[in-house]
Design a protein around this ligand. Structure first.
Ligand code: F6P
Length: 519
């Protein structure tokens, strides 16, 4: 492994030269030249097909990208992930989310605790508690949490709606009181159970919503109607939540990777424990693939290196994720957090400002709605935006015609982006083409395939962080705004309750800005 800084590596230089040679070459031409292109550039994994043929890549490009990955120490880093090495160097913590799906090496201990035992005990407590809550007749579960303590579980509950066989699950996260007020409006105190998920039990939004929930349900009901998922057991206890109704988290479970743990309790409540186990098994299959497949045939490695290719060598700064599945419409919020909170960093592991680009802007929307929002720009905008199309072959409903047309749309769009269409007579109808995309096809959008899909994205992001030499397991960038908001909230409360509140909005805003600047 070469220890030179990233952009001084020979492999980086080779890719730069290769990129220059690629100018003017067209993806469609690659298909003409190589009739086996699809066969060569797709990988199948247990009901999931990853097609990476529609890219600005030749065999040589992929070889060079894999050489860069090797030179950056991907194999060693991958081994370190599964061996529980403290990859989160700044916080001196391991990132052991694969352990939650049973994919790490046996016998791992952190701080004297046997990881496998912890995972098994927690899972069996989740099974038992979910059984109790489900049979207690609660019709509605309100999950209070934010970011990693909400987005994943929320998305999975929605994605697996066809498998739901438990109480209704509602997610409340926003500091905007409208979120909890509107959620509680139609609920009944006797039939409502609350889960509060917060690793730290100190997140402002979560505590504010928790207090609102407490006031709504009344002190007397807290013991029977509240369950906490947290690493801060004392704070949960102080709030009145019983130890039997408190599920643990650990330091080695990063917030945005925590849905595989007790943060996933709403998933168990919604679709049942067996489906949750199938979900974990899907993620484990992806883990094992990532761990064992050679880099050149490794889905998350290829996804990651294609991202590096476009971000660093073609200077493309965005990446679109396009799930052609209405039930995956919240996938975007989840993928934005795991990608942008992980890789939106400008300082490397040695504390130096990086001199290359890191994580791109991730955006998207469920197809076909997306086609009527921003696809105009994907096809004819000046920026080239690589995209991931995600679709399921078989629907979980009986409207098969819908599914056929939905799939046709997904495939047609990726084809149109790649091929384009010349129209010299009417330039506004001209499609340049040569716009790259991957397609991920699932046999079905079921718990197993969903687990697989999500774990592949997690590993993709990890691989990219290794190339960029950044820590994908911390998120200091969210702290400054949080701290300022805390101090400003007091000023604002004062501003709103004193005569200033009769002043114009402009005066009030000026008053607050002055206070903020004075700090
Ligand atoms: O957004 C910052 C963050 O720290 C996330 O990483 C985390 O998932 C979220 O806040 C919630 O934190 P907690 O689980 O401690 O409430």
């Amino acid at each position: 492994m070469s220890s030179k800084p990233l952009i001084q590596k020979l492999e980086w230089d080779a890719l730069e030269r290769h990129r220059k040679n690629m100018e003017g070459q067209n993806i469609s031409d690659f298909f003409e030249e190589n009739l086996q292109r699809f066969d060569q550039f797709h990988i199948e994994l247990d009901g999931l097909l990853f097609d990476y043929s529609k890219h600005r890549t030749t065999e040589k490009t992929l070889d060079l990208l894999i050489s860069l990955a090797t030179a950056c120490g991907i194999e060693e880093a991958r081994g370190g992930l599964f061996a529980g090495k403290p990859l989160n160097k700044i916080e001196n913590r391991a990132a052991l989310h694969p352990a939650l799906r049973g994919s790490t090496e046996a016998g791992l201990h952190v701080g004297g605790e046997d990881i496998t035992q912890f995972v098994e005990t927690t899972l069996s407590r989740m099974e038992k508690l979910s059984g109790e809550i489900r049979s207690a007749g609660f019709t509605d579960i309100v999950h209070i949490g934010i970011g990693g303590s909400s987005l994943g579980s929320h998305m999975v509950c929605e994605a697996l709606t066809p498998f739901a066989n438990g109480p209704r699950i509602h997610f409340v996260s926003n500091m905007d009181g409208a979120h909890i007020a509107q959620t509680l409006q139609s609920l009944h105190r006797d039939n409502t159970f609350f889960i509060v998920a917060s690793k730290t039990f100190s997140t402002a939004e979560t505590l504010e919503n928790l207090r609102a929930a407490q006031a709504w349900i009344g002190e007397a009901r807290i013991a029977k109607h509240f369950l906490a998922v947290t690493a801060n057991q004392k704070a949960a206890r102080d709030f009145g939540i019983l130890p039997d109704y408190t599920l643990p988290l650990r330091d080695w479970i990063g917030g945005r990777f925590s849905l595989w743990s007790s943060v996933g309790l709403p998933i168990v409540l919604s679709v049942g424990f067996e489906n949750f186990k199938a979900f974990l098994a899907g993620a484990r299959a992806a883990d094992l693939h990532f761990k064992a497949a050679p880099l050149a045939r490794n889905i998350p490695v290829i996804m990651a290196m294609l991202g590096i290719w476009y971000r660093n060598f073609w200077n493309m700064d965005s990446h679109a994720v396009l799930p052609y599945a209405q039930n995956l419409h919240s996938f975007l919020a989840w993928v934005r957090q795991i990608d942008m909170e992980s890789n939106g960093k400008c300082v490397d592991l040695d504390g130096k400002r990086v001199n290359y680009h890191t994580g791109p802007l991730i955006f998207g929307q469920a197809g076909t709605d997306a086609q009527h929002e921003f696809f105009q720009s994907l096809h004819q905008g000046t920026a080239i935006i690589p995209a991931d199309f995600i679709a399921a072959l078989r629907p979980e409903h009986l409207l098969h015609d819908h599914n056929t047309k939905l799939l046709a749309n997904a495939l047609a769009q990726s084809q149109a982006l790649m091929k384009g269409e010349k129209n010299e007579a009417e330039p506004h109808r001209n499609f340049e083409g040569n716009r790259p995309s991957s397609t991920i096809l699932l046999d079905r959008l079921d718990p197993y395939r969903l687990g697989m899909l999500m774990a592949l994205y997690e590993h993709k992001i990890f691989v990219q962080s290794v190339i960029w030499n950044i820590n994908c397991f911390d998120q200091w960038g969210v702290e400054l705004g949080k701290t300022l908001a805390k101090t400003l909230a007091a000023d604002l409360a004062e501003g709103l309750s004193n005569p200033m509140s009769d002043s114009s909005t402009k005066e009030l805003v000026r008053h607050i800005s002055d206070r903020l600047r004075a700090r």
